[in-house]
Design a protein around this ligand. Sequence first.
Ligand SMILES: CC(C)(COP(=O)(O)OP(=O)(O)OC[C@H]1O[C@@H](n2cnc3c(N)ncnc32)[C@H](O)[C@@H]1OP(=O)(O)O)[C@@H](O)C(=O)NCCC(=O)NCCS
Length: 340
Amino acid sequence: MSRAVWRVEPLDGADDPRFPHWYAQVAASMPYERPWLSVPSAAFLQARLRVQLFDRTTALVALDDDGEVVGAGEATVNLQGNTHFGWGDVQVAPDVRRRGIGTALVGAVEDVVRASGARFALLASHYPFAERETHGYRRFAEGLGYALDLDEIYRVLALPVDPDLLARLADEAAEHHRGYRVVTWVYDVPERYLASWIDVHNKLGSDAPSGVVQFEEDGMDATSWAEEVAQLRSVGRELRSTVAISPDDEVVAYNDLVLQDNGTGRVSQWGTLVRADHRGHRLGLAVKVAGLRSLAETHPDRTEVHTTNAEVNAQMIGINEALGFRPVAVHPGFYREIRG
Ligand SMILES: CC(C)(COP(=O)(O)OP(=O)(O)OC[C@H]1O[C@@H](n2cnc3c(N)ncnc32)[C@H](O)[C@@H]1OP(=O)(O)O)[C@@H](O)C(=O)NCCC(=O)NCCS
């Protein structure tokens, strides 16, 4: 490694021979000083590079003069909805930081996002609460012209949750949603509920709080949903979707839990949403509690559930804290306008 000007190239998909080196950078950087993060399996990240229907991810490698991989990046552009922004992720192994590699990777991320026609590039990070104003990752982003968009808070729930607490919360909520059914589906959604299930999922983008960069409804359809499920199934990431079904037989609330496939015993809580016209029935609590009870039955070996929420989302945080989730870190989002 001999100079401070780095070449960045896209990987040629999941089968590029440099993929293992790219993955090694991600694995070295991501959990460094952030034990709450776990590295996705290589199989999952490869599957994501293969399935490019709903969004498209380009993996980027930073190379030194000898062609050695010294940093990893990803640029993701949305293909169905929310095409006005794209995401970047950059990871530099701790032993080669502060040499300009991260800066070079962000430049390449912006090139990909700009080429898609998007107006904003977004970056995300994680750091402890005590350093939220001063952390080096924040300084890095701000030094490249990014501003804070929205702080999410990363929370962890230790399993098992006391079954009596879950039973009590389920009973309290049930009083408020008589006539609704709450069920858990693993991977597959029955055909007659697919349209309303997709509709509530697409609303997560627009209904959850966003920052300066406003999110629209996502544009997932039955085809892209089928692709996503096939991808999760192919790597053994079990998707457990707990839903509330209204008296007129539509999915009007959901909570998704995804079992991580990296041997950590961790489960990720993805989205939770109650459709606006069905709020006030404690359905958000109901689907979360039912999801956890079902998980405890089928996977008693799982040790933690991880989730993030916008810091301003008081209602969702209230539900999570009632269940026992505890805050562990700040998960900030940064944005930069890359075309006028
Ligand atoms: C953030 C990260 C990508 C920076 O990579 P890097 O290769 O060290 O970054 P650069 O060398 O290009 O840094 C450019 C400038 O950013 C600032 N910066 C970067 N890391 C910093 C740190 N830890 N503390 C203070 N300032 C920092 C400095 O101003 C630096 O210039 P300087 O070294 O001349 O002072 C790397 O630390 C990392 O992988 N972190 C974990 C992943 C992550 O959070 N990525 C998203 C960040 S928004």
